[in-house]
Ligand binder design. Structure first.
Ligand SMILES: [Fe+2]
Ligand SMILES: [Fe+2]
Length: 390
């Protein structure tokens, strides 16, 4: 058996529905297994890879209306390979692909056209292939195992950011475990609004999840620097608060997206133990300021929300984030007391980010502001105002 074929077969078994992040547009690589009829050069069994980039226009995330581009590569046992490029459209569960296809290798190069109706469920697509080239019409079947992947930028965090030794903030990756039914009232929302809201809550869940590790790390640093035990205990209690926030934000995101999700933290080494001036500045910027702003945003969300779980959660986050901001100020006071002049000098130089330069992250699509308020969300300008007001 061809070594590349073995590698892709092994890859397929490892990638089976699971390990994937969510993206919009949905960029979706997949591994393909192809059986072709006829007696042409690539008849019989081949395997390969594909990449689709889809926009989701309506309906639900995995069985709504998608359209986009398609690129496929496949290889058979005899050293022939095929490259196909085209487009696809996908309604609930069924779709069609139209692609230009070229066969290379030992056999003569052959151009052709494929028109493939397919059936898709979650991460598995099954297509009936209709290939037209110099050999005439050849039918076949293609099974694709899909892996949607994506990435996210930085936003005004809704929890203390987890920083590495160079100050860069890290967030957990999102893993899609499967689908779940949409509960009321999420089921009644238009798909685009529901996904946008779900992604905003998912970003909050990622921030809150990162904050768990940030507070554990802070507790270790406080203990190592000989801070009062009460401060260490408050940092550990804050980590437990953030774990609750992360879980509850993720629940709302899952309900809106109709997906079962998990968050996986990247390993972020502690690095060298920071000195007191550095700890004081970090506690002011990431603690007192960022968590103070997060508390204000959550309080605003709680006042206006009408969806009960969102309202309850924002009220709890507002209360507890305010406590975390106060812990930041308490750490600052302790550091000044223990470290004296160098700590005061560092704090004088520490400047918060300009509100206009803060990336406030996901905002309501045009026309959805009232809906977002009902789900406990604040607008971009309200998030900036909260940052400026702390
Ligand atoms: Fe939090
Ligand atoms: Fe917090």
């Amino acid at each position: 058996m061809n070594r590349r074929l073995i590698a892709s077969t092994l890859g397929a078994s490892l990638l089976a529905p699971g390990a994937a992040a969510l993206a919009d547009p949905m960029i979706s690589p997949g591994i393909t297994f192809i059986g072709m009829g006829g007696d042409g050069p690539m008849s019989g069994f081949s395997a390969g890879a594909e990449l689709t980039v889809n926009h989701i226009t309506d309906g639900r995330l995995f069985d709504g209306v998608h359209y986009g581009g398609l690129l496929q590569f496949e290889l058979d046992f005899d050293g022939n390979f095929r490259l196909s490029a085209g487009g696809q459209a996908f309604g609930p569960f069924v779709g069609a692909e139209l692609a230009w296809t070229v066969r290379f290798g030992d056999a003569p190069t052959a151009n052709g056209v494929m028109l493939n109706p397919f059936f898709g469920l979650g991460y598995v697509n099954v297509a009936w292939r209709n290939l037209f080239d110099v050999d005439g019409y050849t039918p076949g079947a293609v099974v694709s195992l899909k892996v949607p992947v994506g990435d996210y930028g930085q936003i005004l965090p809704s929890g203390r950011p987890l920083r590495d030794a160079h100050g860069a903030a890290h967030k957990p990756r999102v893993v899609v475990l499967g689908r779940r039914p949409l509960p009321a009232p999420a089921a009644d929302l238009p798909m685009a609004s529901r996904v946008a809201l779900g992604r905003a809550w998912l970003e909050d869940a990622r921030d809150e999840h990162a904050a768990v590790d940030a507070f554990r790390k802070l507790a270790r640093q406080l203990a190592a620097r000989g801070a009062p035990r009460a401060l260490v205990r408050r940092a550990l209690r804050s980590a437990r608060d953030e774990a609750r926030h992360a879980r509850d934000c993720l629940n709302i995101a899952e309900a809106l997206l109709g997906l079962r999700l998990a968050l996986i933290s990247p390993p972020v080494p502690d690095g060298p133990l920071p000195n007191l001036p550095t700890m004081a500045v970090e506690s002011r910027l990431d603690g007192a300021l960022a968590e103070g702003a997060a508390a204000r945003v959550a309080a605003l969300g709680a006042r206006r929300a009408t969806v009960a779980p969102a309202q309850r959660l924002q009220a709890a986050i507002a209360r507890e984030e305010a406590g975390h901001a106060e812990l930041g100020r308490a750490i600052e006071r302790w550091a000044v007391e223990a470290g004296g002049a160098p700590v005061r000098a560092a704090l004088e130089k520490a400047a918060p980010a300009d509100p206009d330069a803060v990336d406030v992250g996901a905002v309501a699509p045009h026309g959805d502001e009232a809906l977002w308020r009902r789900w406990g969300r604040a607008s971009a300008s309200e998030r900036r105002d909260a940052w400026a007001a702390v």
